[in-house]
Design a protein around this ligand. Structure first.
Ligand SMILES: *[C@@H]1O[C@H](CO)[C@@H](O)[C@H](O)[C@H]1NC(C)=O
Ligand SMILES: *[C@@H]1O[C@H](CO)[C@@H](O)[C@H](O)[C@H]1NC(C)=O
Length: 281
């Protein structure tokens, strides 16, 4: 009976293989396996040929033990959410996307593709923070930052990126005088930061991004928030634009040239006058 079943199985497998070949498609491995991760919500996507089989995704951090993901067994769509499977610690994972074919007697031959290695703790993209600004006095502004929320729950609580990154999370505050292009940066360890030494009577604009200096370069900075500006203080001097400065510069140059020409002409006349009066003597 067992022999019959296995020979039946082989026959089914063979005909499946023949059908695949007849279709002009030898079973192809999943292509373009890539990670997408934002605020620690992490998933895997790949491209599949039309009419290909279902997929099962496993993951591993030592490439020895492969763990199944309950949500990613016999998938019909080329997409698997691993958010709840991957631990939020500094660890690199590899996933294996396998095509569900009845190659049970030779699992080595299952068409499959490994993902690139991925460490969500250091490689997940971070979205833009929200913040408010309050003018404390004419030289300082309080920047109050709200961390993005992740989709991860622990003990009935939704975690923020601060709950995951803890002390690794800092903030980069970039600010500039309204209408000028020179930017300055302020790094803060805390979500409430005071930016001081500002020029009095000026409007300043602020932008904030999550900043994780312990990460490898390229993934240290979250998305920048839109900028928020302090209102221009009433009666304050407004910064002159570059065009206005250029206008003033040209006007000054013209005035200086005219004055110089007048002085030169006067001197010439004076000297020729002296010359005239001095010769007859
Ligand atoms: C992070 O964002 C960049 C730029 O948008 C994108 O190219 C990259 O694939 C993203 N990485 C992940 C893991 O989602
Ligand atoms: C910053 O914002 C939070 C939440 O909006 C608020 O509870 C906190 O009091 C604010 N901090 C300051 C110093 O205004």
């Amino acid at each position: 009976m067992a022999a019959l079943r296995s020979s039946l199985c082989v026959a089914v497998c063979l005909s499946a293989g023949i059908i695949a070949v007849a279709d002009g498609q030898t079973p192809a491995n999943p292509q373009n396996v890539r990670w997408v991760s934002l605020d620690f919500k992490t998933s895997l996507t790949w491209t599949a040929l039309p009419h290909s089989s279902t997929f099962t995704v496993l993951y591993s951090w030592d490439k020895y033990d492969w763990i199944e993901i309950p949500e990613c067994i016999q998938l019909t769509k080329p997409h698997c959410d691993l958010t709840n499977s991957l631990a939020l610690v500094d660890r690199t994972y590899v996933a294996d996307v396998r095509m569900d074919m009845d190659y049970s007697d030779d699992p080595e031959n299952l068409p499959h593709t490994y993902s690139p290695p991925f460490n969500p703790f250091t490689q997940s993209n971070i979205s833009a923070v929200k913040f408010t600004i309050d003018t404390l006095d004419e030289h300082s502004v309080l920047v109050n930052i709200t961390d993005p929320i992740t989709s991860i729950h622990r003990q009935q609580q939704q975690l923020s990126i601060k709950d995951v990154l803890k002390k690794e999370l800092k903030y980069k505050i970039s600010y500039y005088k309204s209408g000028s292009t020179g930017k300055r940066d302020h790094i803060s360890d805390f979500s409430e930061a005071i930016v001081s030494k500002l020029d009095a009577g000026q409007s300043y604009c602020f932008m904030v991004a999550a900043y994780i200096p312990s990460r490898p370069e390229g993934s240290q900075l979250g998305a920048w928030s839109p900028h928020i500006c302090t209102p221009t203080p009433p009666g304050g001097m407004t910064e002159l634009s570059l065009g206005a400065w250029l206008g003033i510069f040209i006007l000054l140059t013209v005035v200086i040239i005219i004055v110089a020409v007048i002085i030169l002409c006067c001197k010439r006349r004076q000297s020729s006058h002296i010359h005239q009066t001095s010769t007859p003597v």
